[in-house]
Design a protein around this ligand. Structure first.
Ligand code: PLP
Length: 398
């Protein structure tokens, strides 16, 4: 059976070159970068080299890179670092209803300890207006956190405009760019952003490796207190093999960015055009143009997406669905809920996220399977209503 992986926004396979770069740091080059002997110095050089590779991908200065255990830690470091250092009465944070659960649950934690959070709405295409951000600013606003690109729909938010507002008002701005970095050009130097997040496993690095990029001159308390690693901004002995792999993946992503993003966009476009021709009642969820080149979130109205996911899985195709049945509760994704999708549309949503390993043959295979599967499901099942979640943390996608 053919296997087609179309869940690249959830995670990706470690690239062979990345694994190869990592291996020596598990075996012969196992030194601690803080040690002064030869093994330690070798590890230090490897970490420094990876820092430069990460910096090159997002166009920042290497000292602005703090290695973390991934996107979630980077987000927690920035949000908790700023908000817990905010002096009374600056206990107000602005974010959106469509952020990843790392941001949402960080902000919910803040609410629990007495901070105020403004949860901004998006429109039916998942878009946020910079005016809405400006209108939410109060004299107490200590930070703004808005994602670069949404993990479920791929919608690219107006980060530059929001950053300009934040910078004009002197408010620190975190941009969660986990889904953008490695897929589209992201330039920290050219964006009015104070903090940026990167996660390696979204572009063929190992899981559990990422970075928080912090604008030079900003003093941020560490989330993890410990030794003097990362210039005292993140304690703990560095994960040298992981850092080396992350750096290598950044370098490959940077070199392939232009060619791969246009190749993947072409694949995605062909897929969407054909599926719309072959299947009636398909709705694209998200902005038609302002979208990551690899993401296609489609509702096959009337077909249960959970069942479709299972059918596709049986045929060797991996995708994500816009709803899930957890602990007896039926929930739809908080992102689709915030976009105002009705229950039936949300419950028939599938996210296809394409990647570097996908080919034309993969698309053909899925196009061959889908029409019949959808037709069968539409005839078979009436979708049961489910609980709609708007600012919830129960994201069904990563
Ligand atoms: N932010 C976004 C937009 C994501 O899609 C993800 C992961 O799915 C994260 C943050 C969290 O990153 P990590 O898995 O590295 O913790």
């Amino acid at each position: 059976m053919k296997n087609v992986y179309l869940d690249n926004n959830a995670t990706t396979r470690v690239a062979p070159e990345v694994l190869e770069a990592m291996l020596p740091y598990f075996t012969e080059d196992y030194g601690n970068p803080s040690s002064v002997h030869k093994l330690g110095r070798t590890a230090r050089r490897a970490v420094d080299n990876a820092r430069a590779q990460v910096a090159a991908l997002v166009n920042c200065d290497p000292p602005e890179v703090i290695f973390t255990s991934g996107g979630s830690e980077a987000i927690n470091t920035a949000i908790k670092g700023i908000m817990t250092a905010a002096r009374e009465p600056e206990r107000h944070c602005i974010t959106t209803k469509v952020e990843h659960s790392a941001v949402i649950n960080c902000c919910r934690y803040l609410e629990g300890i007495g901070h105020d959070v403004a949860w901004l709405d998006v429109d039916a295409e998942g878009m946020l207006t910079p005016d809405a951000v400006e209108a939410a600013i109060t004299g107490k606003t200590a930070m703004i956190s808005v994602m670069y690109a949404n993990n479920e729909t791929g919608v690219i938010l107006p980060i530059r405009e929001i950053g300009e507002i934040a910078s004009r008002r002197g408010i620190p701005f975190l941009c969660d760019s986990v889904q953008a970095a490695g897929k589209i050009p992201v330039s920290f130097k050219d964006l009015p952003v104070d903090f940026l997040t990167v996660s390696g496993h979204k572009f063929h690095a190992p899981k559990g490796m990422g970075a928080l990029i912090v604008r030079k001159g900003i003093d941020l308390a560490p989330l993890i207190h410990g030794g003097s690693q990362e210039k005292r901004r993140r304690g703990g002995t560095e994960n040298v093999p992981g850092i080396v792999g992350f750096g290598a993946a950044c370098e490959i992503a940077r070199k392939k960015l232009e060619s791969e993003s246009s190749r993947i966009r072409t694949l995605r476009e062909r897929f969407e055009q054909r599926i719309m021709q072959l299947v009636p009642d398909v709705k694209l969820n998200g902005h038609p143009e302002k979208r990551l080149p690899n993401t296609s979130n489609l509702s096959f109205i009337g077909a249960n997406a959970e069942l479709l996911l299972t059918e596709l899985d049986r045929a060797g195709v991996s995708v994500s669905a816009g709803s899930a049945c957890t602990s007896g509760n039926r929930t739809i994704s908080h992102v689709l809920g915030a976009m105002g999708l009705d229950d039936t549309t949300a419950r028939s949503a599938i996210r296809f996220s394409f990647g570097r390993e996908n080919t034309d043959a993969d698309i053909d295979y899925v196009l061959e399977l889908l029409p019949e599967m959808i037709d069968k499901l539409r005839r078979k099942k009436k979708i049961k209503p489910c609980i709609t979640v708007t600012t919830g943390s129960n994201s069904v996608f990563d």
